[in-house]
Design a protein around this ligand. Structure first.
Ligand SMILES: [Zn+2]
Length: 357
């Protein structure tokens, strides 16, 4: 086992499973061997003090489906962006089974080095003993049928965190499109099926992730849910006005629910121009953290890197670069107590209040 740090980083979001499941995207790398591709593998994670995190199952667009046909919402790096089409249930379930199976196989093949955690006690034990703690998270509920039968199965398989949507509509809710600058107030709130899904997640103890959800959906969940409000990988709209970031009013609701926000390292959600500029400095990450701490309190801020899912600051590079962010936070005046909270303790608190065991 690796040496146990006082400040293991437990991280709110990565797309590593997507890379591992799709060799054309991930370069054919495997999790337990060091690679120079992508952001997270086990050796680099240990080097960076990464204690684990939410491992997202994100289902990409179906390559055999027709391309999106709605109006052009944005032009990003020369590419026209339209609202993605909803995914078909059978396609989403196939992809989700593949990535869920992959995470469970990593656990089995890890010989005790990696665990899919299902309880807050599991998570704490992993962080204390240097076992990598992973949470099975779905980024969009497309693999769940409106009758919610699949939810029972995925819960038994370890699902403990669910975002109703990625940035597209589905049977449950609507996600924010990538338009800049723009408010997150685009599109309708939760459907009746979405409201039912929220109640069922509360009952089972599955954390609901608000990142990617539009504002009407956010307020529906704020009204309906009995759990702390959490955005696993979002930043400050007042600094970077992308709809993926949170307005002051949303941040206040998260604070009042004793929830939290994980800082997204995606440069397009960090720098004020909203551009995909890898030269965005660590200082800009610290600026968002300072704002979040000011608005939410030190108890309600964590990290949500988006490793393997976004362009991140070149100064960080990959998961092995996490200590450079922690050094910058210390230099900014955060003491040991604050560093423990930001790196992992806040996630533990929120999950303990949300999960049923
Ligand atoms: Zn995301």
């Amino acid at each position: 086992m690796p040496a146990v740090s006082q400040f293991p980083v437990f991280d709110g979001h990565n797309d590593t499973l997507l890379d591992l499941a799709n060799p054309e995207r991930g370069g054919g790398r495997t999790f337990f061997e060091r690679s120079d591709q992508g952001h997270i593998d086990y050796p680099r994670a240990i080097e960076g003090g990464f204690g684990g995190g939410f491992f997202a199952v994100y289902v990409p667009a179906d390559p055999t489906a027709p391309p999106p046909a709605g109006p052009v919402l944005n032009v990003f790096e020369g590419r026209e962006f339209r609202m993605p089409r909803p995914l078909a249930l059978d396609y989403a379930q196939r992809q989700t089974l593949m990535m869920t199976g992959l995470l469970l196989r990593l656990e089995r093949e890890s010989e005790g080095k990696l665990k899919v955690v299902r309880t807050a006690d599991d998570l704490v034990t992993c962080l204390e003993t240097g076992v990598m703690a992973t949470i099975l998270h779905f980024e969009g509920a497309e693999a769940i049928d409106p009758g919610l039968d699949a939810l029972e199965i995925f819960y038994r398989a370890g699902l403990r965190s669910l975002g109703l949507v990625w940035s597209r509509p589905n049977d449950f809710a609507s996600g924010v499109p990538f338009i800049f600058p723009h408010s997150p107030d685009v599109g309708p709130g939760l459907t009746d099926a979405g409201k039912g899904l929220v109640r069922e997640c509360n009952r089972l103890g599955i954390m609901l992730d608000l990142s990617h959800l539009n504002e009407a959906g956010f307020w529906d969940i704020a009204r309906l849910s009995d759990a702390p409000l959490v955005a696993t990988h979002s930043n400050v709209h007042a600094i970077t006005p992308t709809p993926r970031n949170l307005t002051d009013k949303q941040l206040d609701a998260i604070r009042d629910s004793d929830g939290m926000v994980g800082l997204n390292f995606a440069v397009a959600f960090l720098n004020e121009a909203g551009t995909n500029d890898a030269a965005t400095p660590i200082a800009t990450m610290v600026k968002h953290i300072d704002y979040l701490v000011e608005r939410l309190g030190i108890e309600r801020v964590g990290l949500g890197s988006d490793f393997d899912g976004a362009t991140i600051p070149a100064e960080i590079g990959d998961v092995a670069g996490l200590p450079r962010l922690l050094d910058a936070l210390r230099a900014n005046g955060f003491d040991d107590d604050a560093m423990r909270k930001i790196t992992h303790e806040n996630w533990v608190r929120v999950l303990r209040k949300t999960w049923k065991d």
